[in-house]
Design a binder for this molecule. Structure first.
Ligand code: CTP
Length: 395
């Protein structure tokens, strides 16, 4: 349909980028990017009017988004170059236009286009051996300054590598390392980095990507003082394992949890306060991020020191922590204590006091005393110091 409109308007229309990549890989992709050799916004507007659907023009990016009735969205962009120079040269310029547009993209696998105009519908444009790289599973940049121009591509390379189980090409690895070393990641705004990190974490196998980020020294460039040592790697691995365990068995603790925050608790656990504060600001973390980290650290250190941990100790620690802190504490606990923590969760969940606040109030307890007494009874029950139903004897 877009091709037909393109032909009507004498505008070459292509579907490009990730959609083409995934089409060739036989992977579902509902994100359609269209490039036209002409005026993208104008063409988008024309299509939207014909189909009577909503559209939004983004002047700044010279693009137009079309919103189909079932929530489906298509972005239409302008191929970036001087397509209008000379009518006589149009066919040649037409090719070079889309070619230039594709050339400035991140990786060869993302730099293919398929023509949509009726006469040539379905023609694959592959100027840079993209199809071969796709078949061989190689992530490769198209020009040496690709990462310098857009350092977020460093994170994208890793994301695609792990997603498709591909390999970043050797030369591309060198460019990446050099760009990281020359501190180009530091030049990117915090929110853009954060977006890329969130995207990595949404992929099915983020642990491998994080390890790769460690190998490329990306972690310490994004988070100063955080060195991806084997010790840190063990904690990150544990975090993934335990998060899965919580999701399966203690879902209530994962409900309001941002996985990025959890990961950053682990990565920043040895980072000095001032630097954590800087990271908090740079990446838009909650203002109490450092305090929460410090509080959680205090909790697991206290528990880990105990010779004979009792459920009441867990109660005292856990009651002041939020879910993100609790999961982080679980990561950092010694094995036997971690097991006890899960037993504690089961125990507290099934625990029911046979007295309540009102009864205590009637007995003359006042204000904070009521809460304290209820907690004391809970802890006694947890430790099996009193039998269920015998609480009344102790008030
Ligand atoms: N692109 C780029 N450089 C970037 C981001 C994007 O060159 N830093 C190009 C790539 O050609 C990419 C296209 O823009 O294919 C669309 O980008 P995006 O939607 O972010 O990525 P997809 O490739 O569609 O990947 P995903 O499947 O994760 O959506």
């Amino acid at each position: 349909l877009l091709g037909a409109y393109g032909s009507e308007r004498k505008t070459p229309v292509y579907v490009v980028g990730g959609f083409v990549r995934d089409l060739l890989l036989n992977v579902e992709n509902l994100d359609i990017d269209i490039v036209v050799e002409g005026d993208g916004p104008e063409f988008g507007k024309f299509v939207a009017e014909q189909l009577m659907i909503k559209y939004v023009v983004h002047e700044k990016f010279n693009t137009c988004s079309l919103f189909f009735k079932d929530g489906f969205r298509i972005d239409v962009a302008t191929a970036r170059t001087e397509y209008y120079e000379s009518p006589a040269e149009l066919p040649k310029v037409e090719v070079s236009t889309i070619k230039k547009d594709l050339y400035r993209r991140d990786f060869s696998i993302n730099a293919m286009a398929i023509k949509l105009n009726q006469e040539t519908f379905g023609t694959l444009l592959d100027f840079f051996n993209s199809k071969k790289d796709l078949e061989e599973g190689i992530i490769k940049v198209l020009y040496s300054l690709s990462f310098v121009e857009d350092p977020t591509r460093i994170l994208r390379a890793i994301r695609f590598e792990q997603r498709y189980n591909f390999q970043i090409d050797e030369q591309t690895c060198e460019y990446m390392k050099k760009t990281v070393k020359n501190e180009y990641l530091e030049k990117v705004t915090g929110p853009r980095i954060r977006d890329e990190l969130e995207k990595i974490l949404k992929e099915p196998k983020p642990l491998k990507s994080i390890r790769r980020m460690g190998e490329f020294k990306i972690i310490s460039h994004l988070f100063p003082f955080s060195y991806y040592t084997p010790t840190l790697d063990k904690d990150v691995e544990k975090l993934f394992e335990l998060y899965g365990y919580f999701e399966k068995n203690y879902k209530q603790y994962t409900q309001n949890v941002r996985f990025l925050h959890l990961l950053l608790f682990v990565l920043l656990q040895y980072t000095p306060e001032e630097t954590v504060k800087f990271i908090e600001y740079r990446y838009g973390l909650p203002g109490n991020f450092y305090d929460n980290l410090a509080e959680a650290r205090e909790s697991f250190e206290k528990l880990n020191e105990l010779k004979h941990p009792q459920y009441s100790h867990f109660f005292d620690c856990i009651k002041i922590l939020n879910s993100e802190q609790i999961i982080f504490v679980a990561v950092k606990l010694k094995e036997n204590l971690r097991e006890k923590l899960f037993k504690y969760f089961d125990k507290i969940e099934n625990l029911e006091l046979s007295v309540n606040g009102k009864e205590l109030k009637d007995k003359g307890y006042y204000g904070k005393e009521i809460k304290n007494k209820l907690e004391e009874l809970t802890k006694k029950l947890l430790n099996d110091e009193i039998k269920p139903g015998e609480e009344r004897k102790y008030i």
